[in-house]
Design a binder for this molecule. Structure first.
Ligand code: FMN
Length: 357
C-alpha cells in the first residue's frame, strides 16, 4: 500500500481502486439521498464551546463495551458485501479490529461464514443477523453465533424491507449478498417484531443490540424489554429517506435510555470532531461505516489501521483543544447549534477533494 498522509489522500486512493458501481454502492443512499445528506447536515450544524486552562497533557480515550476494555470509543459498523472493497472482507476487518482494540460488527450479508470471521482474530466481535427465513432458521444461526464466541448479537431494525437506491438501480447493480440469497434476501426482516426480541431474550444468553433506533419511545421500550445495547442509526441514509439527520435523533434516545444500557451512534461520521459531537450528546460508542469501507478499498488492513490512527489522532487532539482529558468530561455544554456549512453531502468533510467524487 502507498502510504497516505491524510484522509483526503486515502479517499482518492479508494476512488481509484473501486469501479463506478462499487463506489456508488458504498457511498450512495436511498431515493433522494436526503437522509444521507442530513446526516452530515446534523453534524455540521453543531459548533464547539471549548473550555480553557485545563491540564490536557494526558488525554485518555479508553472505555469499555459489554465488559470488554477498548482503546477508544469507536466501532467498525457492519458493512454488507464488504468483500467488494477488499477481498479479505470480514477476516481483514477482524484483524484490524483486534489490532485497533475496538469492536467490529460482522454483517450477515457477506461472502464469508460467521465461524471463519470469529476464528480470524481475538478482538471483540458482534454478529449482525438479517432474517432470511423463519424462527427455526434464526434460532439455528443464533446457536452458531453463540458457539462461535461472539460478544453480542445485533438485529438491524431499520431494514424491514430493502430500500430503493437509485445509484444502484440506475446501473442495474445488485450487491453480491442479494445475488447469493436470491428472492429470500431479507425475506423475514419484514416479519420481525417486538415478539422476535422477546423470543431472543428468553431463549438465548447473549447480549442483544438493536441497530437502527430513531426514537426515544422505541429505545425506552427496547430497554424495558431487556435489550442490552441501543444503536441509534438510519443505516447511513440508505434505508428510509427524508428522515432526521441521525445526530438529531440522538438526544431524545439518550434521554429515554437514562444511562441504563450503552448507546451506540452512527451516521455520517468521518472525522474526530464528528465523534466528539456524538459523545458530547451522550453516545457511548460511535460507529464508522463508509470511512471503514473506503479505507479497506484504499489498501486493506494496513490502510484501515492508518485511517483509524488518523481518526484517533483527531479525536485526541480535539479533545485536548476542548479542554477534556477523559470521555466522562464530554457533555452537551461543549456544543451548541450553529449554521451548517453549505451543501452538506456524503464527502463534505473532505473539502480538498476534487469535484466529481
Ligand atoms: C456499503 C454498506 C453496507 C452496509 N451494510 C449493512 C449491513 O449489512 N447491516 C447493517 O446493519 N448495516 C449496514 N450498513 C449500515 C452501516 O452499518 C452504518 O449504519 C452506516 O454506514 C453508518 O453511516 P456512515 O456510513 O455514514 O458511517 C451498511 C452501510 C454501507 C455503507
Amino acid at each position: 500500500m502507498r502510504k497516505f498522509r491524510t484522509l483526503h489522500e486515502m479517499i482518492e486512493m479508494a476512488r481509484a481502486k473501486l469501479s463506478d458501481e462499487h463506489w456508488d454502492y458504498l457511498l450512495g443512499g436511498a431515493d433522494t439521498e436526503t437522509s444521507l445528506n442530513r446526516n452530515r447536515m446534523a453534524l455540521d450544524s453543531l459548533a464547539f464551546r471549548p473550555r480553557i486552562l485545563n491540564d490536557v497533557s494526558e488525554v485518555d480515550l479508553s472505555t469499555t463495551f459489554l465488559g470488554v476494555p477498548l482503546s477508544m470509543p469507536l466501532v467498525l459498523a457492519p458493512l454488507g458485501s464488504n468483500e467488494l472493497f477488499e477481498s479479505g472482507g470480514g477476516v481483514s476487518i477482524a484483524l484490524a479490529s483486534e489490532e485497533l482494540g475496538i469492536p467490529m460488527i460482522q454483517s450477515s450479508a457477506v461472502a464469508v461464514d460467521l465461524e471463519t470471521v470469529a476464528a480470524a482474530a481475538a478482538g471483540p466481535k458482534v454478529y449482525q443477523l438479517y432474517l432470511q427465513d423463519d424462527q427455526d432458521w434464526m434460532d439455528g444461526v443464533i446457536e452458531r453465533i453463540v458457539a462461535a464466541g461472539y460478544l453480542a448479537l445485533c438485529l438491524t431494525v431499520d431494514t424491514a424491507v430493502y430500500s430503493r437506491r437509485e445509484r444502484d438501480v440506475g446501473r442495474g447493480f445488485l450487491p453480491p449478498s442479494a445475488k447469493r440469497s436470491g428472492p429470500s434476501h431479507l425475506a423475514y426482516q419484514a416479519r420481525m417484531t417486538w415478539n422476535t426480541v422477546a423470543h431472543v431474550k428468553e431463549r438465548f444468553d447473549i447480549p442483544l443490540v438493536l441497530k437502527g433506533i430513531n426514537r426515544g419511545d422505541d429505545a425506552a421500550r427496547a430497554v424495558n424489554d431487556g435489550v442490552d445495547v441501543i444503536y441509534v442509526s438510519n443505516h447511513g441514509g440508505r434505508q428510509l429517506d427524508h428522515g432526521r439527520g441521525c445526530l438529531d435523533a440522538l438526544p431524545e434516545v439518550v434521554d429515554a435510555v437514562q444511562g441504563r444500557v450503552p448507546v451506540v451512534f452512527d451516521g455520517g461520521v468521518m472525522r474526530g470532531t464528528d465523534v466528539l459531537k456524538a459523545l458530547a450528546l451522550g453516545a457511548d460508542l460511535v460507529g464508522i461505516g463508509r470511512l471503514q469501507g473506503m479505507a479497506m478499498a484504499a489498501g486493506g488492513v494496513p490502510a484501515l489501521l492508518r485511517a483509524f490512527g488518523i481518526l484517533e489522532f483527531e479525536i485526541r487532539t480535539n479533545m485536548a483543544l476542548l479542554g477534556a482529558t477523559t470521555l466522562a468530561e464530554l457533555d452537551a455544554s461543549l456544543v451548541e447549534p450553529a449554521p451548517p456549512l453549505p451543501n452538506p453531502q456524503v464527502l463534505s468533510a473532505f473539502p480538498l477533494l476534487d469535484e466529481g467524487y
